[in-house]
Design a protein around this ligand. Sequence first.
Ligand SMILES: Nc1ncnc2c1ncn2[C@@H]1O[C@H](COP(=O)(O)OP(=O)(O)O)[C@@H](O)[C@H]1O
Ligand SMILES: [Mg+2]
Length: 390
Amino acid sequence: MPSVLIVDDDRKIRLTLSIFLERRGYRVRDVASVKAALTALKEFRADIVLSDLKMEGESGIELIAALRADYAAIPVIIMTAFASVEKAVEAIKMGAADFIVKPFAPAEIEQLLARTVRIQGLEAENRNLRAVLGQNDILTRSEPLRRILAMAERFAKSEATVLVLGESGTGKSMIARRIHAASPRSQGPFVEVNCASLAETLLESELFGHCKGAFTGALKDKIGRLEAADGGTLFLDEVSELSPEGQAKLLRFLQDKVFERVGDLTTRAVDTRVIAATNRNLRDLVSGKGFREDLYYRLNVAEISMPPLRQRRDDLPVLVERFLAQAAARNGLSSIPVLDDEVNAQFARYNWPGNVRELQNVIERCVILAGAGRITMEHLPDRLLTYPAS
Ligand SMILES: Nc1ncnc2c1ncn2[C@@H]1O[C@H](COP(=O)(O)OP(=O)(O)O)[C@@H](O)[C@H]1O
Ligand SMILES: [Mg+2]
């Protein structure tokens, strides 16, 4: 059953609602102020917040604003007296999911809660559906990649940590999303962290969260991506870039499913599955002491190696067709451009160091230059024209 955080300065209302909802099987926490609500949310994983609109000295609108910053996914239902329905409308504009006018019958609030939970679920489902149908639609004609996709489907059904290897642009991120979408966790969040994108200390706090005062600039408690991915999947891209401390914390999490936020003593547990990716040779990094051996063996319980595009040239035609159609749509063309034979031949010869991403970019460029006309050699970037260098 969903969990509900009740925020109201009226003790009687809190009590009545808590008792009613608890009897109905909801997990309930109740607090009397916006500040208490924000504190409670650090411990209490609410699916819905049910908040009074006017409380002593503060308003539910402030709560919505604060929640939007840190807990954007939690819907807020506003409870309001009839006299301030206008305020409730303002609350909706601020991002509240719905409102209910006081006094209300318990059955009314129950219906509203059920509906809100349902809508949340549908939205999550829609997002996944879009992901599966659109971006996550992995095209291939090549036998090795097909076998890899079949293996990914099997890994998806398990809880195993997956390590995705492959050059940049080979589809590592895509397959990670695919595994999540095909897993029993597909309704949960898919959270991505690129370990190369942040400085060491920031990355640790981004991943594991921190508590107020953990370092200069840590003005309040913050949950990390690992916690944000609770019930879902955490995708650690460029995992080779993790600092030794980050590696140690990740290893502990993979072994025992527990961790601490930076600067915090409380040990926490979350139910997050990890998928990691790298374009480096991790085995080499391990022997060069750049990466912990024990972590490597924890990560590669299930390993997927994405082949470079030059080793699966039979994929070129389907990919080209797809990217041409996408680029045409993006650039507002009414018909899909055609490639000269010469261009196709050059595509088939080229070594594609940037793999599928490079192909996608080259086609986008061609479509911008050629419009709806034929794409000829003159539209290709120099590196393609001069390949192979003589
Ligand atoms: N087999 C494929 N079918 C369709 N699109 C693909 C395929 N492989 C990669 N792409 C696209 O190529 C781009 C690069 O893929 P991505 O997963 O980001 O690669 P990586 O994470 O390995 O760098 C993305 O836009 C992705 O949608
Ligand atoms: Mg990627």
